[in-house]
Design a protein around this ligand. Structure first.
Ligand code: DX5
Ligand code: ZN
Length: 224
C-alpha cells in the first residue's frame, strides 16, 4: 500500500528520452513522476519545456512533479500548472516574487514548492512556509543526474522539518539528488517525506522492484 507520508518521485532525467511514454509506464507504482525542466541558464543543461510537460501529463499514469531549474520562474512557473503538472517547484535563487509565484501556481490548480540549492540557507525563507505545499532541499548541485549525494544537506532537511512541525499544516519536505537505497535512510531520519531518485530507479534492472525497495527502506527507517 502506498504511504501518503512517504512518497517516491522517480526523475525521468535518467530515463530514455526517446521513449518517455514507455518510461512513465515503468514507474506507474510510484507516487509522482519528477520532471526536471532546465533552461541552460539557471543550470548548465537543457532538457524540456512546457509543451513536452503538457504531452507527458496526457500519457502519465501518475501525477507530474515539475522541478523548474530555470530563470524567471515568476513568468513561466504558472504555465506548468496550467499544462497539468500537479506540483510545480521553482528555485528560490531565481524567483523575484516567491509569494506571487506560489499563489499563481496554486491558483492554476497545482501544489506549489520552492527549492534550495546546496549553498542556499533555509532560515531567510521560513516565512514563506504558509505560501507553499512543499520545500525541496537539493542534495546535489542542480543540473545533472548521477551525482554523489551530499550528506551535509541533512541538517537543512531537519531544520525545514522542524519549522514545518512548529508551524503545523501539511507541508512536504522533498530531497533530490543522489537518493538511493544507500542514502534514503538518512533522508528519512532527517525528516524528508518525498524522495526523488533518477539514476537509482532507471538504472535498476527491475524498475518497479527498485521503487518498492526504496519505499520499504523509507518505511523501515521511519519506524526504526
Ligand atoms: C538534478 C535533478 C534531479 C536528478 C536526480 O538537477 O534535479 O532530479 O534527476 O538524479 P539522481 O537521482 O541520479 O541524482
Ligand atoms: Zn529534480
Amino acid at each position: 500500500m502506498p504511504d501518503p507520508t512517504l512518497q517516491i518521485s522517480p526523475s525521468i532525467l535518467s530515463a530514455d528520452f526517446a521513449n518517455l511514454e514507455r518510461e512513465l509506464a515503468r514507474i506507474a507504482d510510484a507516487d509522482w513522476a519528477h520532471v526536471d525542466v532546465m533552461d541552460n541558464h539557471f543550470v548548465p543543461n537543457l532538457t524540456l519545456g512546457q509543451p513536452v510537460v503538457e504531452a507527458l501529463v496526457k500519457v502519465s499514469p501518475i501525477p507530474i512533479d515539475a522541478h523548474l531549474m530555470i530563470e524567471d520562474p515568476d513568468r513561466w512557473a504558472p504555465g506548468y500548472a496550467e499544462a497539468g503538472a500537479r506540483s510545480v517547484t521553482f528555485h528560490i535563487e531565481a524567483v523575484r516574487d516567491p509569494v506571487a509565484t506560489a499563489r499563481a501556481i496554486r491558483a492554476a490548480g497545482a501544489r506549489a514548492a520552492f527549492a534550495l540549492k546546496p549553498g542556499t540557507p533555509f532560515a531567510p525563507y521560513e516565512e514563506l512556509l504558509h505560501e507553499v505545499d512543499m520545500v525541496l532541499v537539493m542534495t546535489v548541485e542542480p543540473g545533472f543526474g548521477g551525482q554523489a549525494f551530499m550528506a551535509d544537506q541533512m541538517p537543512k532537511v531537519a531544520q525545514v522539518r522542524e519549522a514545518v512541525r512548529r508551524r503545523g499544516g501539511e507541508i512536504w519536505v522533498q530531497v533530490d539528488g543522489g537518493v538511493s537505497a544507500d542514502t534514503i535512510g538518512q533522508c528519512v531520519e532527517a525528516g524528508a517525506d518525498v524522495f526523488v531518485a533518477g539514476s537509482a530507479v532507471y538504472g535498476a534492472e527491475d524498475v518497479p522492484a527498485r521503487i518498492g525497495q526504496l519505499r520499504d527502506l523509507a518505511r523501515t527507517h521511519r519506524c526504526g
